[in-house]
Design a protein around this ligand. Sequence first.
Ligand SMILES: [Zn+2]
Length: 258
Amino acid sequence: MTMPRRRRDDLARRLVETNHNARIRCWVFQCPEPPGNASGRGLGRFCRKHLEHYRRHGDPLKESYNATKANPYRRAAATWLRRNAQDRFVQAALKRIEGLMIGAGQAIAPRNLRGVAAKDKARSVWARLRNREVAAKDILAAILGVAMCHAADTQRGRVEYLRVQIAKVLSRMAGGEVKRWPTHHTDPTLPKETVLRWFPASEGLVLRDLGKAAELAAEFIIHERMEALLVTADQQRIRKASRTIRSLANSAKPRSNP
Ligand SMILES: [Zn+2]
């Protein structure tokens, strides 16, 4: 879907216009750059760098949670879900996630996503998860893993940050598209195949739409069961630490037979 002409013209005008009532500096504390709407080189309250970061990560400064940080929580969430499969909030969340996948219609190939409206891009992620036969419980574990990361974060971002973080994980699970075909080169120095890869850009409105639907699907667990989830994560961490200590102690012991 393309942008209606009036909106496009309005946007084009605002992009080059200098707003004299705008703040002189970007909204990020101590950032010396002017915001887009005061510089005539963009839109909004943030400078170009911070706006870009905000689009990608859901916060102008906070980095995304990496796998090292999120994976232990995700594993703990999966364990907790196995033990609490009968919990009514778990059953409701799984139903909602299945509903999102079933109702998503046809998936749009990642190479055809350019110019597609954000809500259709978000819908297409659910459709791709369904087509790849990703289990609803794995999707729920991923959502909860990020929510746990966020709940345990001493400098947690706003709900938008949480939603963007959830959406980034789901987009990765939905995957991209890779096409390869043989080139039939006889010269061994030339590549044997041509490979094209399309991965949906992990930024912008689509992450907000997708993350909101995912967070709402799991909201009762996030609000009512977070303590139990974090206890499970702590127990797993303690068990892992004691295993490490035991193996260190064993390797430090003198061998009985030389
Ligand atoms: Zn800035």
